[in-house]
Design a protein around this ligand. Structure first.
Ligand code: PYC
Length: 336
């Protein structure tokens, strides 16, 4: 099997777009196609994003037809090392940069691309300087200042939706610095476990959570408004400032009344890359419609090969999930 892919990175975080070689996942809508990828094409997801052809930090993108009647040009389903993602802003910027590279959309300023995702339609707009701004799905904070008791400290978490569910924590006392990654990783995992185990991530309406991303904030170091560390569902951390996480942050700032509609918020990542975010009021009370802007660059245009006798041709190997490095059983080998 051969998969034609184009790799890019958005502010340091990689995206791999599948251009050719996969069947169109079944379903009438992008949400149904996302369910079909989860159900029927999971070995393909693992072969695409995991070692040895990918890595834990890679986000894959399957291009699919848009929802009937949505008016969008294209649909996309994002996947990572843990499964299917609801939405991914860095990945959307990577997809648009890839479509520009292929000549399927213009790189001219003002060009807009409407994209259906499993959680709603987003609109990407090309800026003057090559920046791509993604107007994301409506976002909201569902819980504020949830007390989370850990062994050695107490922190307070907001829970917010920005296309994925986030716990956002500022009073953790840790340096948001690459030198401190092991502690940030460990703390974020414990916060996520504590919230989910106790059901503390559920809003009064029962709609929120489970939280699968954790976002820790600290002071900026490159002239932005804040710096973050973001733990993703499969245990990797986001090298970009995480666009759905920035959307969740904007929802919290709006709910607190500390950022006005249209005002800019510059979110730095743990590696010092930056997204600029702003919002307009959303369709429902308490909702905002966030826009997050950043840049992406093409890094590779290649074919992934899956030889029939390769024991890891479709299974991939995820160090997060297993310590068993033996080849997977034959019946679990990859999609063909
Ligand atoms: O940019 O939304 C994002 C994202 C989600 C997971 C990794 N990046």
């Amino acid at each position: 099997m051969r998969l034609r892919v184009i790799d890019s990175h958005t502010e340091g975080e990689p995206t791999r777009v599948v251009i050719d070689g996969v069947p169109t996942p079944s379903g009438a809508t992008v949400a149904e196609r996302a369910a079909s990828i989860s159900r029927d094409l999971d070995a393909l997801r693992r072969g695409l994003v995991l070692e040895p052809r990918g890595s834990d930090i890679l986000v894959g993108a399957f291009l699919v037809p848009p929802d009937p009647g949505s008016g969008a040009e294209i649909g996309v389903v994002f996947v990572n090392n843990a499964g299917v993602l609801g939405m991914c802003v860095h990945g959307t910027i990577g997809v648009v940069r890839t479509l520009q590279h292929l000549g399927r959309t213009s790189a001219d300023p003002g060009t807009q691309v409407r994209i259906d995702t499993p959680v709603g339609t987003v609109t990407a707009t090309v800026g003057e300087d090559g920046e791509i701004a993604v107007e994301n799905v409506p976002s909201r904070r569902t819980l504020a200042g949830v007390r989370v008791e850990l062994d050695e400290r107490v922190v307070h978490a907001d829970v917010a939706w920005g296309g994925n569910w986030f716990a956002l924590v500022s009073d953790h006392g840790e340096a948001i610095d690459p030198a401190n990654l092991p502690r940030l990783d460990d703390l974020s995992r414990r916060i996520r476990r504590a919230l989910n185990d106790a059901g503390l991530d559920r809003g009064a309406d029962g709609t929120s959570g489970p939280v699968d991303h954790v976002e820790l904030f600290g002071p900026p170091a490159r002239g932005g408004d804040s710096r973050n560390f973001v733990l993703c569902p499969g245990g990797a951390y986001d090298r970009s400032p995480c666009g759905t996480g920035t959307s969740a942050k904007l929802a919290c700032l709006a709910a607190d009344g500390t950022l006005a509609p249209g005002e800019r918020w510059v979110q730095e990542s743990i590696i010092g890359s930056r997204f600029t975010g702003w919002y307009r009021p959303g369709p429902a009370p308490g909702e905002i419609v966030p826009t997050v802007a950043g840049r992406a660059w093409i890094t590779a245009e290649t074919e992934l090969l899956f030889e029939p006798d390769d024991p890891w041709r479709g299974e991939g190997w995820n160090p997060e999930r297993t310590t068993d490095h033996e080849p997977p059983p034959t019946e679990h080998r990859g999609h063909s």
